[in-house]
Design a protein around this ligand. Sequence first.
Ligand code: NDP
Length: 450
Amino acid sequence: MIEKIYEEMIARDPNQPEFHQAVREVLDSLEPVLERHPEYVDANILSRIIEAERIIQFRVPWTDDDGKVHVNRGFRIQMNSAIGPYKGGLRFHPSVNLSILKFLAFEQVFKNSLTTLPMGGGKGGSDFDPKGKSDSEIMRFCQSFILELNRHIGANTDVPAGDIGVGGREIGYMYGMYRKITNEFTGVFTGKGISYGGSLIRPEATGYGQVYFAREMLKTRGETFEGKVCLISGSGNVAQYAAEKVIQLGGKVITMSDSGGFIHDPSGINREKLDWIMDLKNVRRGRISEYANKFEEATYTAVNHSLDYNPLWDVKADVALPAATQNEINEIDAKNLLSNGVYVISEGSNMPSTPEAIEHFIDAGILYAPGKASNAGGVATSGLEMSQNSTRMNWTREEVDSKLDSIMVNIHETCAKTAEEYGHPGNYMMGANIAGFLKVADAMLNQGVI
Ligand code: NDP
């Protein structure tokens, strides 16, 4: 039955490989669930859950600083609202297309369910490339994007946030335009600035949560982060705060990257060096290669597109924290990670490991956490931002961080327990997919065929 649904999906949308990959991973985990719950089969939940409730695609025209007019494409995938308003980020990157956004929206449904907060799943974005654009170009693009998107979102309908290429600056411009058009001050975006309804710890949440999840996995073996050597990919929002938390917990971060290549600092990226990276990426908007000029103990390796592996994953370490993009760890990378001694992988990026890579991790019996569980801290804290907006209250850093920490502990426990219950102890991927699915499937079942 699962095979048939999968084949029908490919026949319908043959050119969406990332979406197929995300669906395959979840459907393959659900066999033991369908055996126990024939009611899901009778209600055809699987065919319904892989079909977006609504997809919006629109034109985004904007003018650059020289007066030249450009056109990009905007999207919002409203995947599933059975357990709450659509919730998920916006990505601005030239690679953005329907396949990538549908995979992200699909993952988001299960991730949001795992947080236990009332949030459905969605995702959106544009093929706009923010790199090299001035602040005013970014502002004009964001305003044009929201001129259309505003009619499809709302604090109780669909609440977007950031993702690749969308940080505090972009959310600010989009929120400002939304507020002007609707003449309402509501919590329609998360990741907002603190002065206009944002939550403390939201910028840190995905990276912190990713490390909290890894800490919980290490705990099952009686270990801690103290002295652990960690590989991190990316140097954006998630990567920066994953690095910060690893340093706080006594671990040693030796790599970070961007789309140009990676730096390897065997002496460890300490607090002072991380501050320098944060300034480089968030203020000066420079390239990670500059790190090796500044700190001579480090080396920089440019990305070589003719290689069929990423040398970042071929460095000796204990822990890997991917935090850049999808499919950044392939089968060769997985073998390299394992042979270099890595035995903890906690995904910050969405779907960073290919199915072949995941198979190697699971066969090797290492501590492997799929992104939909280990990177759920970001959206969970977005949920906390929504709660603060609804009650017009602001919680302290400590309050939000402690709620985030308990949510990650709880997600870890749920995944571990569910995996065991369904006959796959230690398999966090099975646990996450099944637990995330059950809540949404029950809600869909109870709400009838809609
Ligand atoms: P940012 O835009 O802040 O950072 C992305 C980082 O990844 C940059 O260093 C970027 O390099 C690098 N990168 C992007 N695309 C590629 C690529 N094709 N190849 C190599 N490197 C690449 O994004 P975030 O940190 O917010 O997001 C990182 C990942 O985490 C994404 O997969 C996102 O979906 C996921 N995520 C983010 C959440 C959040 O709260 N922000 C929540 C949950 C998941 P460069 O600057 O050169 O492009």
